[in-house]
Design a binder for this molecule. Sequence first.
Ligand SMILES: [Zn+2]
Length: 89
Amino acid sequence: MLNRLYARISIVLETIALVILLVSYFFFEDWTIRQICLWTAWSMIVGSLIIRFKFFKCPHCGKGDAIPQWSKNGNKSCRKCGESFNYDK
Ligand SMILES: [Zn+2]
C-alpha cells in the first residue's frame, strides 16, 4: 500500500521547484538571488527524491519504483512484477 500523502508531498515539491527554477531564470537578473533560488529548488528536488526512494517501492516485490499519483488509484503497475499500485486513500 502506498501512502497518498507522501505522493502528494513529492509532487508538490517537484512542481514548486520547477516554478522556482523558471521564475529565477526569467525574472531575476541578480546572480545572488538566482543562486538562492537554484539551491532552494535543488534541495526540494532532492527531498522529493528521498521520499520516492524511501516510500515508493513496489509494495508487492519491493524492487520496482512506484510512480507518485495525485488522486488516481490502481491504473499504474509495477515494471518488475506487473502488480498494480494501490494507495491508502
Ligand atoms: Zn513489483
